[in-house]
Every structure is written in structure tokens, then in C-alpha cells.
Design a binder for this molecule. Structure first.
Ligand SMILES: Cc1ncc(COP(=O)(O)O)c(C=O)c1O
Length: 388
């Protein structure tokens, strides 16, 4: 089975993990400090706080901008459930706004109408690695007491008008899950230019302990500690950071490989009827190509989306669904009952994810596209058989 995603690891990661294990320092320590500094430099930000998952980083990001009980956070339904779950964990409510048909990014033209006196943050997701319209988002948040908290789980290495994703919003989260463009096994990080916000997130990451950097990393500061608020156990280990250091060094190269595979897909899918890659956005950006999402036309193809995915899996192609929109999930159905989300609802009938990862060969793209054609042909034959 060709999976939809696969981590791309080299001897450099393996050697660094081995050295980390031999060093005796496995929890958050010197490798994490180096990884955080490298991520801050890469995203052109002042501070980075690395965590044990992306979900944890997003939870900390929302808490650090002050999201709490009674607040609302405007977000997209076309995302992984973590995006909205962490809003609930803060005691706040996610408010879903529809997506653009072409990119499946939050439709920024609809956000203003969803703002209320309770809106504390806007939480866009750079879907599949294509940056949202940051200028429009900044125009909505600036001058209001609303934070721009970005879910960039898919978008490490992406740029908006030349600026790295991470350097634009008040705080931005990345995920290092094994399917992501950079992995640490599991892991995540937030980046920000706001020192006070970073300090709050750092404290909440580790039980709410007000530590000095010295006793955090070197055991050279005072041994006693003071707990100032009820924080979490969200710190990343040095074993994870050891992997991340070398993943980051190769990220631009592997994102370029993703982009070239995506271009190949687009060329080969161009003459496949009723199967279409997602569209472009009308501003300048560099796509991180986290995923290759395509839309099918189930009515014209005579096969529904789930049948299409199964047809690919029967042919050893590990197609996926990203995502089942959140307003269709049991947890969120009632909460979203007044939301007007026709584009996301329609996308749910159409979207599926084809394999895309840097170690794929060009021939693998052809294998996938051949399987796509075979599923379409089989469906047409079945319909002709049914009609006979
Ligand atoms: C859009 C989005 N947000 C948040 C997350 C959560 O990240 P993690 O799995 O690292 O907790 C993911 C990934 O899994 C994601 O795809």
C-alpha cells in the first residue's frame, strides 16, 4: 500500500537520537533549546516554545492570548478536530465560518459578520499548506481586541507575500506529527514575537512553574521552584528535538520535492475527467504542499467519495479524507446548528487525499493517477452493466 504520507528520515536523525540517548539527557534540555532557536530563526520570529504535540502548542497559544470561559474563537470547520477541541479545553466556544471552494481555507470575507463582543481570537488553518489571506485577517484583528492565532500544522516552510508563516499572526502553531512536513515522532511548537506571550506559554507548558533558564537546562540555578498557576505537562523531549534538528535542516529541500510531485500530479490529472486538484489563491505565496487534496464530481462519475477512496485502497493506494468537517461531527453538530456552511458541507462529498511525501518517486504519481483512472473506468463499466 502506498500511504498518503510517510516520514522521511535519514542517518543524521538516527545518529543524533543515538547521541542524545548516550548523553543521558532525554527530557527537555540542550537539544530542545537548539531546536527552538533554529525554529525561531527559520520562521523569522523572536521566540519558540516546543511541545509534545501540535495540539498542546495550540492549547497553550490560545491560553497565552487570554482565551477563556465565555469567549468565542472564530475558526474553520475544514480542519482536524484538535483545532476546535482546544478551544473547548479553554472553556471557550468555536464559531465556525465557511471556507473558500477553491482552497478550502477560511473564507475571510465571511469572518467579519461572525465577530461579536465575545470574539477573543481568529484561528485560521493554512489548509494543506496553502497560506490563508493574511492581510485580510490582519485587517480584521488590528484595532480590535482580537488575537490572530494561526494553526499552521500543515504550513511549516510556507510563505505569504515572501514572509514566513509564523511571522505574521500574534502566535502560530506547528505540528510535528509523523505525517507532517517536519516530524519529531510526535511534537509541536508555537512561535511568536511577543516575549510575554512566549513566557506565559513556556510556564504553562511545564506545570506553571516559574523557572529560570539556568535551572531548566543546566541545573545551575536554584533547586527550589515556585508554581504560580495550574499548568500542563506539555514539554517536548530532547529525543524528539534531536530528530527535529535534522528534519529542519532538510525542510526546504523536502518541501521543494513535495512541490515538484504536486506539479506532476496536476499535469497528469489535467485530462482526468471530474477529478480536480484544489485551486490557487490570488496573492503571492509559497505553498508547503503538506497534502495533495483533490475534488471529485460524484454525480458525474456515478461513484460517491467513500466508494472512490475504497476503490483506490483496493488498488493499494492509501487515499485519505482530510477532513470530515467539524460541524458534521457528533460533538459539534448541535453547537454549529446555526452556522451557514454550505461550501464545507459540499466539499465533504467531494474531497479525498492522494499520497504525497518527499520519498515518493515520480513513477508513484503515475501509479496513483492510473489507479484514479481505473476507479473511474470500473464505475463507468458497472453503470453500463447496470443499465444493460
Ligand atoms: C490542521 C491541524 N491542526 C492541528 C493538528 C494537531 O497536531 P498534532 O497531531 O501534532 O497534535 C493537526 C494534525 O494532526 C492538524 O492537521
Amino acid at each position: 500500500m502506498l500511504p498518503y504520507a510517510r516520514p522521511c528520515l535519514t542517518e543524521a536523525e538516527i545518529r543524533e537520537v543515538e547521541e542524545c540517548l548516550r548523553s543521558g539527557w532525554l527530557a527537555t534540555g540542550p537539544r530542545t533549546q537548539r531546536f527552538e532557536e533554529a525554529l525561531a530563526a527559520y520562521t523569522d520570529t523572536a521566540r519558540c516554545v516546543a511541545t509534545n504535540t501540535g495540539t498542546a502548542a495550540l492549547h497553550l497559544a490560545l491560553l497565552a492570548v487570554g482565551v477563556g470561559p465565555g469567549d468565542e474563537v472564530i475558526t474553520t470547520p475544514m480542519t482536524w478536530v484538535a483545532t476546535a477541541n482546544v478551544v473547548l479545553h479553554c472553556g471557550a466556544e468555536p464559531v465556525f465560518v465557511d471556507v473558500e471552494a477553491d482552497t478550502l481555507n477560511l473564507d475571510v470575507t465571511r469572518v467579519e459578520a461572525a465577530i461579536t463582543p465575545r470574539t477573543k481570537a481568529i484561528l485560521p488553518v493554512h489548509f494543506a499548506g496553502l497560506p490563508c489571506d493574511e492581510n485580510a485577517l490582519l485587517a480584521l484583528t488590528r484595532g480590535r481586541d482580537i488575537a490572530l492565532v494561526e494553526d499552521a500544522a500543515h504550513a511549516l516552510g510556507a510563505r505569504y507575500e515572501g514572509r514566513p508563516i509564523g511571522s505574521i499572526g500574534d502566535v502560530t502553531m506547528f505540528s510535528f506529527h509523523p505525517a507532517k512536513n517536519l516530524t519529531t515522532g510526535e511534537g509541536g511548537a508555537l512561535v511568536t514575537n511577543d516575549e510575554a506571550l512566549a513566557e506565559r506559554a513556556r510556564r504553562l507548558r511545564y506545570h506553571g512553574i516559574d523557572q529560570t533558564p539556568e535551572n531548566r537546562f543546566g541545573g545551575r540555578g536554584p533547586a527550589a521552584y515556585d508554581v504560580v498557576e495550574a499548568g500542563f505537562k506539555y514539554n517536548i523531549s530532547d529525543i524528539q528535538s534531536a530528530i527535529g534538528l535534522h528534519q529542519l535542516a532538510r525542510l526546504d529541500e523536502s518541501n521543494r520535492r513535495r512541490a515538484s510531485l504536486a506539479a506532476l500530479y496536476r499535469a497528469q490529472l489535467a485530462d482526468v475527467p471530474h477529478v480536480e486538484p484544489l485551486g490557487e489563491a490570488p496573492y503571492a505565496y509559497d505553498h508547503a504542499w503538506h497534502m495533495m487534496v483533490v475534488r471529485i464530481d460524484p454525480d458525474r462519475l456515478g461513484i460517491d467519495r467513500d466508494g472512490f477512496v475504497q476503490g483506490l485502497r483496493d488498488r493499494e493506494i492509501g487515499a485519505g479524507i482530510h477532513f470530515v468537517p467539524l460541524h458534521l461531527q457528533t460533538l459539534y453538530r448541535d453547537r454549529a446548528r446555526d452556522a451557514d456552511l454550505p461550501v464545507a458541507t459540499d466539499a465533504h462529498r467531494r474531497i479525498l487525499t492522494l499520497p504525497l511525501f518527499p520519498d515518493m518517486r515520480d513513477e508513484d504519481v503515475t501509479l496513483v493517477v492510473d489507479a484514479v483512472r481505473a476507479v473511474i473506468d470500473a464505475s463507468a463499466r458497472a453503470r453500463r452493466g447496470g443499465a444493460a
